[in-house]
Design a binder for this molecule. Structure first.
Ligand SMILES: [Fe+2]
Length: 259
């Protein structure tokens, strides 16, 4: 949430990486460009923030419904380690990446649920998740350990997707709602599942990284022209993250939440 949190995370990453013996680090950065009172185009990510995260040891950067909102969209989409959602009609960028290092192979897929593509957003309309999964499976591109960042509103949808593909992917981690869910789950056939990763940023008083006053006004139907701008929350910084331990066969064996 915002450049300050991205910088804070970048500063801590080398140590976190070492501490948890992490082979791969994947970060969702779709709100990293938010700087305070801003219109919708203050969301998304900037090329500078992406470079900072990659320099700090991030291997893959994922996005979501705000992937189209940043000031450097073309540049960010052209970055070889940045994903935007896979299941929509967009010629720029990529929604799937396979990375390899020292015999370890990881494929990351970014999916956007229609539940998180709200009216008025700049993102194209995503295709439904199940046909998207079937196309992914047929593509033959799911190599090595497979991690899906499923960007969606609904916990039941995320749990249903994870259960439907249990044993076929290494892990499904939900993003978008920002408030972390407590437990990680290992499904019967070895797929790791986390409903909501959470966010890295200032907690405020509802935990989403935004000052919720804007949303409260919207909830009370107080007219778009009278809405106060989006603002980042204040308060202490928090880390929204999980560590997944993965077997050589690509099954999740342990999930630890970091906070
Ligand atoms: Fe989102």
């Amino acid at each position: 949430m915002g450049p300050e949190a991205a910088k804070w995370l970048a500063g801590r990453l080398p140590q976190l990486r070492q501490q948890h013996d992490a082979n791969w680090v994947v970060v969702n950065a779709e709100n990293s460009a938010v700087t305070g009172p801003s219109p919708m185009n203050g969301f998304g990510m900037t090329a500078d923030i992406v470079d900072m995260l990659i320099d700090a040891g991030v291997d893959v950067v994922t996005g979501g419904n705000h992937s189209w909102d940043g000031p450097d969209v073309d540049q960010v989409f052209a970055h070889p380690r940045v994903l935007r959602p896979w299941n929509l009609n967009e010629t720029r960028g990529q929604g799937l990446i396979t990375v390899e290092r020292a015999g370890s192979v990881l494929t990351v897929v970014n999916l956007l649920s229609p539940t998180a593509a709200l009216p008025g957003m700049l993102s194209p309309v995503p295709e439904p998740l199940w046909p998207a999964w079937q196309a992914l499976e047929r593509s033959g591109n799911l190599r090595g350990a497979v991690l899906i960042d499923l960007h969606g509103e609904s916990p039941w949808e995320k749990a249903s997707f994870a259960t439907a593909v249990d044993g076929k992917i290494t892990a499904l981690v939900g993003t978008h709602t920002h408030d972390p869910t407590l437990r990680g789950h290992i499904l019967p056939k070895g797929t790791g599942y986390v409903t909501e990763l959470g966010m890295t940023g200032r907690l405020g008083f509802t935990g989403g990284g935004f000052d919720p006053v804007h949303f409260a006004h919207e909830f009370r139907n107080e007219g778009t022209s009278e809405l106060p701008p989006y603002e980042l929350a204040t308060g202490r910084l928090t880390l929204g993250a999980v560590v997944l331990s993965v077997s050589a066969a690509g099954k999740t064996t342990h999930i630890e939440r970091l906070s």
